[in-house]
Design a protein around this ligand. Sequence first.
Ligand code: NAD
Length: 256
Amino acid sequence: MLKGKTALVTGSTSGIGLGIAKALAAQGANIVMNGFGDVDGPKAAIAALGVKVSYHGADMSRPDEIAAMMAFAAEQFGRVDILVNNAGIQHVARIENFPAERWDAIIAINMSSAFHATRLALPAMQAAGWGRIINVASVHGLVASAEKSAYVTAKHGVVGLTKVTALENASTGITCNAICPGWVLTPLVQKQVDAKAAALGVSNDEAKKLLLGEKEPSLQFTTPEELGALAVFFCSPAGNNVRGVAWNMDGGWLAQ
Ligand code: NAD
């Protein structure tokens, strides 16, 4: 379905971004990867799906590096047809204890990076008359939890940016939508499981059950594969008139 298209997925060396990159590659899209940590393993896993894969190591907190990544993607593949703004980090602390430096980093990586990549991707999409922008927000783009001030602020911002991007391009072939996962067992969440296990003196498994039980009636983690399937739907012809939604996949978190 996506043969001949190019998808740039930020933060695709791990977790949800890697799941989405693989799902788009399985539909034939060439992939521009980004993110830190091990690159070779994830790159090989995507390439094994029979598509071309490039990697750019831009730090998504830096607008100049984001611009370099967008130029690199255009050089490699002509243009970016599908942009997935996914890179993100977390820090958990009450506001009065929240390090200002962590606030700035979360706002830059989880929110402002989506603006910079979007503003740089749009002109080529507009010239082509087709594009898909998918912002990986969170249930925390729609509701709050204590001790996540920067994250909740950034994710609400991403949902707002999603709606504006969708509206400004509503009469074109460019759509913009947000995916709002509940708990997904990636390194980002494993840190929170570890912190809970240490704080309560319980096992890792018990801490996972407690984390899920606080928020998700399904008592199940959503998987990167399930989120990848939703991203593929947004890119499909059936997603043509889905514009500006914030779609939660959250085990019933927001139904309560
Ligand atoms: P993860 O830690 O597995 O992956 C994060 C990715 O972002 C990695 O590839 C990492 O290298 C990259 N990254 C981090 N800082 C970066 C930077 N400065 N520049 C470039 N890349 C950077 O986490 P994940 O859970 O897969 O998170 C992906 C996205 O999903 C994030 O935006 C997160 O907020 C969102 N999300 C996660 C969950 C969850 O439960 N895991 C729930 C809702 C939303």
